[in-house]
Design a protein around this ligand. Structure first.
Ligand code: ADP
Ligand code: 5GP
Length: 191
């Protein structure tokens, strides 16, 4: 099987994680979540090895030096996130396709590395104001963390046109259904 990459990108709070969880819940047999490495602390109920590989900055820098990342990004000042090569290999060895929840720069970088096998989807919130409401409403980030996320949001929204598809996340059920259709159509596509 030729494993595909399904990339969901957007500013923080747009709804990527919610939509990705929906797809994984419906199609466990087909898709596996790409667990990124991150130097941030776990949030809420997050678990190491499930939501992220939570590692120290020292360990992260060591992995960069050993070329273990397909892509990585200092998404927020001092906080690194990256996709490990071993993660893609792990998932493809299971005979599944990989789903990513990743920032806009990382998403476009992956798409450029796998132009034919990747579908890059931009999750579009109704407005900047609604994005902010969702992010604060999630209730998982401190004022400082919210501030750094808001500060990046406007610039990130301006990258939408560079993606293969823009998925509007206005009504959540509609967005989940559209997302499912997009990814299943992509898998069915003849190469
Ligand atoms: P991201 O992964 O992009 O940071 P999340 O999936 O964590 O975003 O969503 C941010 C918050 O917004 C969560 O509390 C989620 O339940 C909520 N949310 C997501 N999509 C919608 C929607 N269409 N309508 C209302 N709330 C939403
Ligand atoms: P959060 O801290 O809210 O989980 O994630 C912050 C941002 O980092 C989100 O936009 C998320 O998609 C992104 N992110 C998560 N994993 C990766 C990764 O492996 N690489 C890159 N470039 N961004 C990531």
């Amino acid at each position: 099987m030729n494993g595909k990459l399904i990339i969901f990108s957007a500013p923080s709070g747009a709804g990527k994680t919610t939509i990705v969880r929906h797809i994984l819940g419906q199609h466990r047999d087909k898709f596996e979540f790409s667990i990124s490495a991150s130097t941030r602390d776990p949030r809420g109920t997050e678990e190491n090895g499930k939501d992220y590989y939570f590692i120290s900055k020292e360990d992260f820098l060591h992995k960069i030096a050993k070329h273990e990342f397909i892509e990585f990004e200092e998404v927020y000042a001092g906080t690194f996130y990256g996709t490990l090569r071993s993660e893609l290999e792990r998932i493809w060895a299971l005979g599944k396709h990989v789903i990513f929840d990743i920032d806009v720069i990382g998403g476009l970088r992956l798409k450029s590395k796998y132009p034919d096998d990747a579908l890059a989807i931009f999750v579009n919130p109704p407005s900047l104001a609604v994005l902010k409401e969702r992010l604060s409403g999630r209730g998982t980030d401190s004022e400082e963390k919210l501030g750094e996320r808001f500060a990046k949001a406007e610039l990130e929204l301006s990258y939408a046109d560079k993606f293969d598809v823009i998925l509007n996340n206005f009504d959540l059920d509609t967005a989940c259904q559209e997302a499912e259709k997009l990814v299943l159509d992509f898998l069915a596509r003849k190469d």
